[in-house]
Ligand binder design. Sequence first.
Ligand code: ATP
Ligand code: MG
Length: 299
Amino acid sequence: MKPRDRLRIAVQKSGRLADTSQELLAKCGLKFRQSRDKLFCFGESLAIDLLLVRDDDIPGLIAQGVCDLGIVGRNVLRERQLAAQEDGDAPASRELRALGFGRCRLAIAVPQDMRYASPSDLAGLRIATSYPASLAAWLRVQGVEAGIVELSGSVEIAPRLGTADVICDLVSSGATLVANQLREVASLFDSEAVIAAAIDTPPDERGELLEMLLRRLDGVLQVRESKLVLLQAPRDALDSIARLLPTGPRPTVTPIEGSSDEVALQAVCYGAITWQHLEDMKRRGASNLLVLPVEKMLA
Ligand code: ATP
Ligand code: MG
């Protein structure tokens, strides 16, 4: 492999993760010029380039050193790691950050009318999946022996076609399962898009670029989850109201002109604020509640 001084990130060319992956990198201040073949994007703001590929190729590109980083589903990364482990190979990539999008789970689903009480009911059945190593590892932990039918796509129709009895596939809303008269009965693991990298950080300038990118990414991820909460409340109810909020820096409390016991509270929260949060705070005496998105943050 020729030495490189530019960091190279592989992202999905088209599909569920493609747009959000590029948007996330843009929020980190990365700008790219796209080449004519639309497979390689040259980084204009920093020495960081993009390679647009199929998501299945990302762990391999990292393992071969063609790319330093990738944005890929944990499901793809874990499958590759487990397959390498089965072959007796050392892991070639690792997860550096979870990115909070592309959420789904790898799950077992059975025909609606099949009896299922526990994993032991899968014994002796044929399970169709695109994730044979992940499924084999789970079956081993459960102590269940079953057949694995490896399919590269359209796993959900295998029971109807008679090529398998049940399936092990990615599920997000569950709508595809319902449409195919299947019912989810067990989840193997939760997945989301992650930053994947080689086990060793590059020992040259690329290592510094990687550190900088991760720092920016942490800031972007924290801001994305953060909210500014404004409310008014009786001073003696403040503690119990503040305890309901997700963690963040210490809230600011200011007096309200013309009111002796009511104060205004301003709090940055690192986490989602739900309607339930608002109702609980109102019940404790809060009023005029506002939840605002945070655009940028510098502590
Ligand atoms: P490619 O052409 O790049 O190989 P693909 O068809 O394998 O694309 P997509 O369907 O775009 O992949 O899914 C990419 C990733 O999106 C999955 O690996 C998974 O991490 C995530 N994902 C989120 N929800 C779902 C879902 N309901 N079904 C499948 N993948 C999902
Ligand atoms: Mg794929």
